[in-house]
Design a protein around this ligand. Structure first.
Ligand code: ATP
Ligand code: MG
Length: 417
């Protein structure tokens, strides 16, 4: 890397993270510890993207470095001696978007079983680069002392970065860690890169090991994909590579999902949970349950997914109903599911009804309250709810339009009783 590339680093950081980086660099220099910025941050820097954070690796002892920084500038350190990693809880003056800074000792990793978590040993920088997923993520830039700005490209990441290629570092990579196949598609989609042919050729052998990934790990990858602006093309690609059905058969045929075709740029469709809903709303309620056994959705998302699937199956019915009946039907569904289905509805009439429900109808209440009924001497009981529901329906269906008209209807209802 040339010195002016390095000015890029300086420019691409806000003042506080820049100051933080300088402090760490100066401290490493004094201690004679080789310090590198590594991985995704180097990649993004060289692609001219703005950095939100940076990953730092020390050749040697990251924990001592972190402790020395904390004793000088404040904050606290937690350390994992086994992994040689330290987390510096930053003092107020150095906090950015992040409250902590990770300092990692360069290490090597080996995998005892496919899809298992790795065994870690301290190592050199090149060991640390070799344990990574792709060549484009295996670049480092040295920061300490006179080495400042030196690019470490031991694994030819620069060439792939310039050509736009996602390439694993060794043929067992996807078997060691099948999440990397999903990461490869994510980088491809994010940067408009291509997975190298020889890397693609490794997928068939590694595909069966997806089954061994824990719910948490595979769902995390899908979550990350759903946060990408290009989520749809990434998922299409994964489906073509037969990497969705191996997670669960209910995820096959991505193209049949609403997410594959939705064009709308409405804000509600841009967040992760909405995208989960769009992806899965065509499934049967029971399929959502089976899928949950594989992916362990968080409870709030699971509720929305069930609600969306049920709603989607019953939705056409709303078109023929009076407003009060629409409200009766929709009241049990999650608002979030209703919002997404409303934004994504293809039938204009249904879309308008859902929009009306969400903007007005669900909030309609009669003026009369339980308190008023009590004052009129009606004994408390299920009749209260019945009367109030009847009055609400009258407002919704336009039978009453003023408080007086409501009173007249109430008198009438009470006379009848
Ligand atoms: P993003 O911009 O999505 O955060 P990133 O490259 O920073 O991309 P992280 O998940 O933050 O990705 O990981 C940081 C670095 O750690 C990566 O650049 C890569 O070098 C390494 N890494 C992450 N996940 C894996 C993995 N599953 N296998 C090997 N190396 C990985
Ligand atoms: Mg990152």
């Amino acid at each position: 890397m040339k010195q002016n590339d390095f000015e890029l680093l300086e420019k691409s950081l806000d003042a506080t993270p820049r100051k933080l980086l300088h402090l760490v660099r100066d401290n490493a220099t004094q201690r004679g510890s080789p310090l590198y910025i590594v991985g995704g941050s180097v990649r993004d820097l060289l692609l001219g993207r703005r950095l939100n954070d940076f990953d730092l690796t020390v050749e040697g002892d990251a924990i001592t470095l972190a402790r020395s920084l904390a004793s000088k500038y404040g904050g606290a350190v937690t350390a994992h001696t086994k992994f040689g990693t330290a987390k510096w809880f930053l003092p107020k003056t150095l906090k950015t978007d992040h409250d902590t800074l990770d300092l990692i000792s360069a290490r090597s990793e080996t995998y005892k079983h496919p899809a298992a978590l790795p065994t870690v040993k301290l190592g050199s920088l090149v060991d640390d680069l070799r344990r990574r997923d792709f060549t484009i993520n295996a670049l480092a830039v040295r920061l300490d002392g006179s080495h400042f700005g030196e690019l470490r490209d031991d694994l030819s990441g620069m060439d792939d970065l310039q050509k736009g290629i996602v390439r694993v570092l060794h043929p067992r990579s996807f078997i060691d860690d099948p999440t990397r196949m999903y990461r490869a598609a994510r980088y491809e989609g994010r940067y408009g890169f291509k997975i190298a042919e020889d890397t693609l050729a490794l997928i068939p052998e590694a595909r069966p090991f997806v089954e061994k990934l824990s719910a948490q790990r595979i769902r995390h990858e899908l979550d990350l994909i759903l946060e990408e602006p290009n989520a749809v093309s990434i998922l299409k690609r994964l489906d073509e590579l037969d990497l969705l059905s191996v997670i669960h058969p209910a995820l096959a045929k991505f193209n049949q999902s609403r997410l594959a075709t939705v064009k709308s740029d409405e804000a509600v469709l841009q967040n992760r949970n909405s995208r989960w809903v769009l992806w899965l709303m065509h499934l049967k309620d029971q399929e959502i349950e089976f899928l949950n056994e594989r992916l362990h959705f968080p409870a709030d998302l699971l509720k929305i997914l069930h609600s969306a699937a049920l709603l989607n199956a019953n939705l056409t019915a709303v078109a023929s109903l009076k407003p009060s009946k629409v409200v009766e039907m929709l009241e049990g569904y999650s608002i979030k599911a209703l919002e997404v289905l409303s934004s994504a509805a293809q039938d204009e009439e249904i879309k308008a009804i859902l929009a009306k429900y969400l903007s007005e109808w669900w909030l309609v209440k009669p003026k009369t309250t339980g308190h008023d009924l009590k004052k009129r001497g009606i004994p408390p009981g299920p009749r209260y709810a019945e009367i109030l529901r009847r009055l609400r329906a009258a407002w919704l269906d336009g039978e009453v339009k003023t408080e007086n008209e409501e009173k007249t209807l109430l008198d009438h209802l009470l006379e009848k009783a």
